[in-house]
Design a protein around this ligand. Structure first.
Ligand code: NAD
Length: 484
């Protein structure tokens, strides 16, 4: 390790490069989902704190940050990426305790955050406009400019990754950001502010205001000083944010989850597919927007896939995050209640396997044993609702037409995958599946810093990740010069 230790007061907001108490001097508890115990107090930011953060961002936009050459922004992001790499273990420990995800998964999130910062560091000075042939006597070209002040409302399931893809890209384009992390898990967002400060990000270019969604979040999404909102979370909250942004005629990027299918055909390599089929459902205890919660299997291999997945489920171990087993707790008692509601309503005859919980789990933890269901009807809630827990539904299909009908038969369209060696079928399905990403003989679970990501339908709109995100965080200006 070469950097200084991370330092951030958990009960403060980060505004204009300073740690400041929330104006209402109130705090909220941060709890460890593995134990239910309080691990810190966090700031309860409200509208007045958002006002201060937006004002700080406006000063940065109009000051040094707004005038900084793109390559210098890139250098700062590169330093941030290096500091993240220097602190991967610290960040993984914080995230494991705050979100309840097994340490290895939290470590991967920290590494992904570093990759986002590296990617956008390199991309910052490579966003270019074009020249457009026009009338005689004119020169016309386009400029890609930052929106100005961007708002970022992130959820609790992947704080580091979502901050990396959203704030990382926005900063690379030269926006000044106001980040509202989730009240359930905001500690790595605060650590990120410290990393930005240490890397030399100018004051006000990044501001972090923790708080409740209906207070700080609502104040941010309706703030007239914000020129773009990026949101990841539930459909219901996404609709509120889009409505609020519409009052200010501000563009939004919404990433709202899904019910992503994997399609397994008779000719698939089942041994290769198995870990992808299961991991995409149980990673982060199924609390993943791109979780694959529907496994569609052709009749010829259906029984075999059921047996293989059920055997794997019986081996899965659920334990506290720091024990670093396969699956940790859910984020909260509320999330556990939602998931258990689906399990209680499901037909018990359809259950194929449950994972097991280790003995002596802490009483206050929010544990749910992953559940695998078979023979699920495509219209069943298990096959339609985003449960956001470790629950997967196996659905048999007859042929390609049947598979496409079932796969496209939900209100979502985030990710899909196809397991087959038939090349023509791969190409046909890549076109026909309604999803923002289609994987062939693999499943990315939203991974891939370089790969544009986002949904159709109720999964949202706009693209994050990859180079595409830089276009989303910028505005195109056309310049037409008449020179005769
Ligand atoms: P949520 O969408 O309400 O919260 C996500 C973020 O939005 C948090 O930062 C929250 O503070 C903020 N927020 C909440 N209300 C707001 C408002 N009125 N205005 C502005 N911001 C607001 O999600 P949740 O309540 O934590 O979880 C509920 C369900 O949402 C889950 O069961 C799951 O189905 C879904 N979810 C999806 C994702 C995803 O990655 N797509 C992430 C989290 C939750």
């Amino acid at each position: 390790m070469t950097s200084t230790p991370l330092w951030y007061p958990t009960d403060k907001c980060f505004v204009s490069g300073e740690w400041v108490a929330p104006k209402g001097a109130e705090t909220l508890p941060a709890t460890d989902p593995s134990t239910g115990r309080e691990i810190a107090r966090i700031a309860r930011g409200r509208a007045a704190d958002i006002d201060a953060a937006v004002a700080a961002a406006e000063s940065a936009r109009d000051g040094n940050w707004g005038r900084m050459p793109a390559f210098e922004r890139g250098r700062i992001l590169a330093r941030m990426g290096q500091i993240v790499l220097d602190h991967v273990e610290d960040l993984a420990q914080i995230e494991a305790q705050d979100v309840g995800k097994p340490l290895t998964q939290a470590r991967n999130d920290a590494l992904a955050l570093a990759r986002y910062l590296e990617f956008y560091a390199g991309a910052a000075d490579k966003v270019m406009g074009e020249t457009i042939p026009y009338l005689q006597g004119y020169t016309v070209y386009t400029l890609r400019e930052p929106h100005g002040v961007t708002g970022h409302i992130v959820p609790w399931n992947y704080p580091m990754q979502i901050i990396g893809r959203s704030v990382g890209a926005a900063l690379a384009m030269g926006n000044a950001c106001v980040l509202k992390p989730a009240e359930e898990a905001c500690l790595t967002a605060l650590a990120f502010a410290d990393i930005a400060r240490e890397a030399g990000l100018p004051a006000g270019a990044l501001n972090v205001v923790p708080g409740l969604g209906e207070e700080a979040g609502a104040a941010l999404s309706s703030h007239p000083g914000i020129q773009h909102i990026s949101f990841t979370g539930s459909v219901a909250t996404g609709a509120l944010i889009q409505t609020a942004a519409a009052q200010n005629i501000v563009p939004v990027t919404l990433e709202l989850g899904g019910k992503s299918p994997q399609l397994v055909f008779d000719d698939a390599d089942l041994d290769t597919a198995l870990p992808f089929l299961v991991n995409a459902g149980i990673q982060n205890a199924g609390q993943t927007c791109s979780a694959s919660s529907r496994i569609l299997v052709q009749r010829g291999v259906y029984e075999r896939v059921c047996q293989m997945m059920a055997a794997r489920y019986r081996e899965l171990v659920v334990a506290p995050a720091l024990d670093d087993r396969d699956v940790g707790p859910l984020i909260s008692a509320r999330q556990k209640e939602i998931v258990e509601g689906f399990l209680k309503a499901a037909d018990p005859a359809r259950i194929l396997a449950r994972a097991h919980l280790v003995d002596n789990l802490p009483e206050g933890g929010h544990y749910v044993a992953p559940a695998l269901y078979g023979g699920v009807d495509p219209d069943d809630p298990l096959a339609q609702a985003e449960i956001f827990g470790p629950v997967q539904a196996l659905i048999p299909f007859e042929d390609e037409e049947d598979a496409v009908r079932i796969a496209n038969g939900t209100q979502y369209g985030l990710v899909a995958s196809v397991w087959t060696h038939d090349g023509a079928r791969q190409l046909r399905l890549a076109k026909r599946l309604r999803a923002g990403q289609v994987f062939i003989n693999n499943y990315g679970a939203g991974g891939g810093v370089e790969l544009p990501f986002g949904g159709v339908g109720k999964s949202g709109h706009g693209r994050e990740k990859g180079f595409e995100a830089l276009y989303g965080f910028s505005v195109l200006k056309t310049v037409a010069a008449r020179h005769g």
